[in-house]
Write a protein that binds this ligand. Structure first.
Ligand SMILES: [Zn+2]
Length: 510
């Protein structure tokens, strides 16, 4: 043996000795994995040998119904699963799985009579013969067994002035519903369990105190004392995931509200801003729909149904009395994205966009209708530029050029703010004559659904679902009729060019 190899061997002994010392004395035992199947969650202990996390073969045998036989002469291990064999040999990083060779990150380890295999043995060997899907998720220390739906849910909370935005990145995309339960918003998933990674702290505790797991299949957003209402929407992701965006809106504030940071879905064409002239097409946008039921009242009434009902009645009234074309962004209980809603209006060259909602508050006493239009200041210089965009001549099919203006979608509403304000005042005035209004009935706010609308656009919160009296009213035919009448009146006044005095809107966000 040369000097050099003696030194190497000695060093190896020292390293081994140190490794076993630290393993025995200082290193805390690693956290177990959890084996999740449709009907159970079981822990699976992990031990570390030479820096490799390993499972005991005996534990795997019990969990996966394996039969294990040690070949005392050859020194190997034969594991039988559903009539197929996995052969392991000591000191070998190669295993044979039903006659096929696979590699492991390290050879099996032994402690007395017990055998241990690297955690990768589960996906690389066991999964091939188990006859049921097995997925190992190292970061969350999970083993998924069988066809179970266990989406990863990564949450983050951002402070945006008078808003807190909670974004849940859900992978793979999983059906879900957002609802309010007292001082919490619950995002419930149609899944067997969740694989959550939630923020330790919130940057806006007065709006969002915390985001926690709620049972096995829901995430709870604990609301803070400044909470007034919320809006939930979905943004489809690019890798089969979906982003659930919950905007938590503060009661009132003196601080400016920055615009929503999330840009509309990519791939939308630039807008054709050819003027439309008189009132020909009205788009009505019943809020929420599908799994997103919006605000829920104490008796179980939902915002999405009230919005749908009023929208249909308003459509009938406008078509019948004004002879205008009316399009709904959803006609039925369907989930529609916020940008899609604006796109429906833009693609149909609507002259007016009316979004219908009902509000929610943690305090059941809060009451009254509110009318919103988009606040422009928050959008800064870009909005000002968009509002005075130069005209461009674009080539058209068949030759020649057409004079159009091009602005990005997220600035589409900028040039209509003034007209939106006029319409909002008309709506507010008409509603005031017929139903109870909030003390701050006319407000400007950075509402996502309005941002991309290329026409005067307002959002009406018809009342508070969370107030028992208001819930009953909102579900009542007669009351809904008053709202419809008010809106028809406002649309007629708007068509006729009525401009009510500007009271100087002191809305949310200013
Ligand atoms: Zn709503």
């Amino acid at each position: 043996m040369s000097n050099r190899s003696t030194r190497t061997a000695l060093l190896a002994v020292v390293v081994l000795a140190l490794t076993s010392l630290s393993a025995a004395q200082s290193a805390p035992p690693p956290a177990p994995y959890t084996v999740v199947s449709r009907d159970a969650r079981r822990p699976l202990a992990v031990r570390v040998f030479n820096g490799q996390e390993m499972f005991a073969i005996d534990d795997l045998a019990a969990l996966f119904n394996l039969s294990v036989k040690e070949d005392t002469i050859a020194g190997g291990l034969t594991i039988t699963v559903r009539g197929q064999s996995i052969l392991l040999s000591p000191n070998q990083e190669i295993a044979s799985v039903a006659g096929r060779l696979i590699s492991l990150p390290s050879p099996p380890a032994r402690d007395g009579r017990a055998w241990f295999v690297p955690v990768d043995f589960v996906p690389r060997a066991l999964a091939l013969v188990a006859g049921t899907p097995i997925e190992l998720r190292k970061p969350s220390r999970l083993i998924l067994l069988g066809d179970i739906r266990l989406p990863r849910v990564a949450a983050r909370v951002e402070a945006l002035g008078a808003l807190a935005r909670v974004t849940l990145d859900v992978s793979p995309a999983t059906p879900h519903a957002v609802s309010q339960d007292g001082s919490r918003l619950i995002v419930r998933f149609e899944a067997d369990a969740l694989d959550p990674s939630l923020p330790a702290a919130s940057p806006v505790p007065d709006l969002v105190q915390a985001v926690r797991a709620e049972g096995n299949t829901a995430v709870a957003i604990e609301l803070g004392p400044r909470y007034a209402s919320y809006r939930a929407s979905d943004a489809p992701g690019t890798r089969g995931n979906v982003q659930v965006v919950v905007e938590v809106i503060a009661k009132t504030t003196e601080t400016p509200v920055p615009p929503p940071a999330t840009p509309p879905a990519e791939g939308l064409p630039p807008l054709d801003l050819t003027p439309t002239g008189t009132l020909r097409t009205v788009v009505i946008d019943p809020g929420h729909g599908g799994p997103d039921e919006g605000a829920r009242g104490p008796s179980g009434g939902t915002e999405k149904t009230v919005a749908m009902s009023v929208a249909r009645r308003l459509r009938a009234a406008l078509e019948g009395r004004l002879g205008v074309r009316v399009i709904l962004t959803r006609d039925g209980d369907a989930a529609v994205g916020l940008d899609e809603r604006a796109a429906v209006a833009n693609n149909n060259k609507a002259d007016l966009f009316i979004s219908l909602h009902a509000n929610a508050s943690v305090r059941p006493g809060v009451t009254g209708a509110e009318v919103f239009f988009l606040s422009l200041e928050e959008y800064g210089d870009e909005a000002q530029r968009a509002a005075s965009a130069p005209r461009e001549a674009l080539p058209v099919f068949g030759g020649g050029a057409r004079d159009i203006e091009v602005v990005p979608w997220r600035m589409a509403q900028a040039r209509h703010i003034e007209r939106s304000g006029v319409f909002a005042r008309l709506v507010e005035g008409a509603l005031r004559g017929r139903i109870a209004m909030s003390p701050r009935a006319l407000m400007q706010a950075p509402l996502r659904v309005l941002v991309g609308a290329n026409m005067p656009a307002v959002l009406v919160e018809m009342g508070f679902m969370t107030n028992p009296t208001q819930e009953a009213q909102l579900l009542n035919d007669g009351h809904q009729g008053e709202i419809v009448q008010s809106l028809v009146e406002a649309v007629i006044q708007f068509r006729d060019g009525r401009v009510p005095p500007d009271p100087g809107v002191a809305g949310a966000g200013r």
